[in-house]
Each structure stands twice: as structure tokens, then as C-alpha cells.
Design a protein around this ligand. Structure first.
Ligand code: UT7
Length: 331
């Protein structure tokens, strides 16, 4: 019997129109364009403006883009997963709203949150349903309205994050395309170094902690940086070794876009030429769960069926990992 693998068969994306440039950030905090570009590689990021627009708005647009491009009937979708660290609200699944609004009325849905690793882990979950033969069309959306948790008076975070969404469709494949292998890890001792302290069950929002700005994301940048460099590189190297892949066998590296220097360090450790490294951090900054599907969307026309791609991410928690993926189609 032919082995069923889970392949990506379509991608979609959405980024908001508003461009927050380094120049504009210079008017908000004590920073400058040169520092931001040298230390992070980011030139601009997109921000979702307008009342009553949350992460679902971004996710719906990305999913609609995919549905239009692939020309599928949303009623055929059986599962919608929204990978996000910034759900619309607590205790009401963002994915349920997204699924309904895109017309996926025959699907069930759930949110998946593991900070910046949400989409990577989502790929593992989505693939498992396909490989098990349970569902044939799983829509995985990575969407984050990061601006909703950013303090625009804090120069250590406001320069990094942006808003955006990407979507991919997983379908069964009998030609050996799709997810080949994965190495995923977490380490809870890292949660002190990158978090939004307030608004969860440990510390519900109060007037006092709101006044202390604890509802915004805070990070110990240096510690996160060091762990991200080590673990993204380590996980990528491990997955290559496990699958006997040399740098020549790799067509592309699709790394979470948190900092250009983290991406370059990972590529160096894999001995990969920079021409094989997907990068769009300069345009969008760190969009958390959306970075990887936005890469797939931006590089779609350059990707070829059978391309060997290493996907890797690192995020809060800590959470990290790497995947070996064979691209599923020619666009
Ligand atoms: O997706 C996972 C989530 N996050 C990450 O992966 C982020 C990982 N961390 C980073 O990307 C980097 O640590 C940052 C970009 C956040 C910071 O870069 P850095 O090279 O680690 O800078 P630093 O924190 O060591 O700061 C160096 C200097 C400091 O000044 P002094 O103490 O040397 O005088 C900072 O106060 O740069 C200063 N600084 C800034 N200067 C201008 C910090 N932020 C800024 C800024 N503009 N925005």
C-alpha cells in the first residue's frame, strides 16, 4: 500500500496596508534606522489599524486569498487550525469565527498557541490528521496582530514586531511529498524571558498591573537571542543528520523571522549559501505565527515540487524545532 504523506498544496497571505517604517519609529522612541537595520534587519512592518479588527481579520483575509487562488469550495475543508499567540479574545476560539466567515461550514476548528513556534507545531498537527487518513483538507492559518501586545514607548520591543497572516492547505499525497520528519522541543524554564505577564490565569488584568504596563510583551532580548541562535541551528542540524541530508541536498531554509542575525547564524551552522535562505523580515518584522507561511507565500513562485526545505522556529515558552518538508507543487 502506498504511504500517505501530508503535502502543502496551496498558500495564501495577507498583510495590512499600513506600513510602520523605522523613520516613524524614530518619532516614537529613542532609536534610529541604522541601529534597527544593523541589529535586526528590519526596515518596516505592517500594522492593522481600525476598530474591532483582531487576528481573525488577518486570518480570514489570508484564507480567502488561498481559497481564491486554489479555487476550492470552502465547504470541502474539514479542519481549520488557527496558529496564533494573539487570539481575538479569551474563551472564544478565534478559529471558529475564521472558519465560519470563510464559509468552511463543514469544518471543526481550534486555535493552537505556542508563541513563535505556533505555526511550526501547527504543521505537525495538521499533517498528522492527513497521515492518519482522518481528513483530506486541513487549512492551517498562522496569524498574529502583534501590535495588540506592543508598548510603543518601549524601544526594545516595538521595533521588532508586526502584524500579518499566512495560510496553507494540507492534503494527502501519494508521491512522497510533504512533511518528512520533525524535531520539536520545549523548555518551560524559558518562560520568564519572553512573555505578556498579565491577562492570563496567573495574573488577570487589573487596574494596577495595567498601569504598570504588564499587559505588553516584555523580553530579555539577549537571552532570547542566544537561545534562539543555539536551538534553531541545533534543531536544523539534527534534522539534517537524522535524514542524511547535506547542505547540497537542501533547496531552502525557511526560518522564523525574528532577527536577521539569528537567521544568518542558523544558515552558517548548516553551511548553507544565503541564496537558499528565505527572508522577508525586512518587510514585515517578526509576525510571530505568520512568519513561516508568509515566507511560503512570498517565495511560492520560486519553489519547485520536490524541493527539500528545512523549516525552523524558536519562540516564547521556550519552544522550538525544525522540520524537513518536501514542497508539494509547482505554481
Ligand atoms: O521570536 C522570538 C522572539 N524574539 C526574538 O527572537 C528576539 C531576540 N533578541 C533580539 O533580536 C535582540 O536581542 C534585540 C533586537 C531585541 C536587541 O538587540 P541586541 O543586539 O541584543 O541589543 P542589546 O539589547 O544588547 O542592546 C544594545 C544597546 C543597549 O545600549 P547600551 O546598554 O549598550 O548603551 C540598548 O539600550 O542598544 C540599546 N538599544 C537600542 N538602541 C537603539 C536597545 N534597543 C534599541 C533601539 N534603538 N531600538
Amino acid at each position: 500500500m502506498t504511504k500517505i504523506t501530508a503535502a502543502i498544496t496551496a498558500v495564501g497571505k495577507y498583510v495590512p496596508d499600513y506600513i510602520l517604517t523605522n523613520k516613524e519609529l524614530e518619532t516614537l522612541v529613542d532609536t534610529n534606522d541604522e541601529w534597527i537595520i544593523t541589529r535586526t534587519g528590519i526596515k518596516e512592518r505592517r500594522i492593522l489599524k481600525g476598530e474591532n479588527k483582531g487576528t481573525s481579520y488577518l486570518g480570514i483575509k489570508a484564507a480567502e486569498d488561498l481559497i481564491a487562488k486554489k479555487n476550492i469550495d470552502p465547504k470541502e475543508i474539514e479542519l481549520v487550525i488557527v496558529a496564533t499567540a494573539t487570539p481575538d479574545m479569551q474563551a472564544a476560539s478565534t478559529s471558529a469565527y475564521v472558519a465560519t466567515m470563510i464559509g468552511a461550514t463543514n469544518a471543526f476548528s481550534f486555535d493552537l498557541d505556542s508563541a513563535c513556534s505556533s505555526f511550526l507545531y501547527g504543521m505537525s498537527v495538521a499533517s498528522s490528521f492527513i497521515e492518519a487518513g482522518k481528513y483530506k483538507k486541513v487549512l492551517l492559518i498562522g496569524a498574529d496582530k502583534c501590535s495588540s501586545m506592543i508598548d510603543y514607548t518601549d524601544r526594545t520591543t516595538c521595533i521588532i514586531f508586526g502584524d500579518g497572516a499566512g495560510a496553507v492547505l494540507f492534503e494527502p499525497n501519494e508521491e512522497g511529498m510533504g512533511l518528512m520528519d520533525e524535531y520539536l522541543r520545549t523548555d518551560g524554564s524559558g518562560r520568564e524571558f519572553l512573555k505578556v505577564a498579565v491577562g492570563g490565569s496567573v495574573l488577570p488584568l487589573s487596574k494596577e498591573n495595567f498601569d504598570d504596563k504588564l499587559n505588553f510583551v516584555k523580553q530579555d532580548g539577549k537571552t532570547v537571542f542566544k537561545n534562539a541562535v543555539f536551538n534553531m541551528a541545533d534543531a536544523s542540524e539534527k534534522i539534517m543528520k537524522k535524514n542524511s541530508l547535506t547542505n547540497d541536498d537542501i533547496s531552502w531554509l525557511a526560518p522564523h523571522q525574528a532577527n536577521k542575525r539569528i537567521i544568518e547564524a542558523t544558515a552558517r551552522r548548516m553551511k548553507l549559501d544565503t541564496s537558499k535562505v528565505m527572508m522577508n523580515i525586512q518587510k514585515y518584522g517578526n509576525t510571530t505565527s505568520a512568519t513561516i507561511p508568509l515566507l511560503f507565500a512570498d517565495y511560492e513562485t520560486q519553489l519547485k515540487k520536490g524541493d527539500n526545505i528545512i523549516v525552523t522556529a524558536f519562540g516564547g515558552g521556550f519552544s522550538w524545532g525544525a522540520m524537513y518538508l518536501k514542497w508539494g507543487y509547482n505554481s
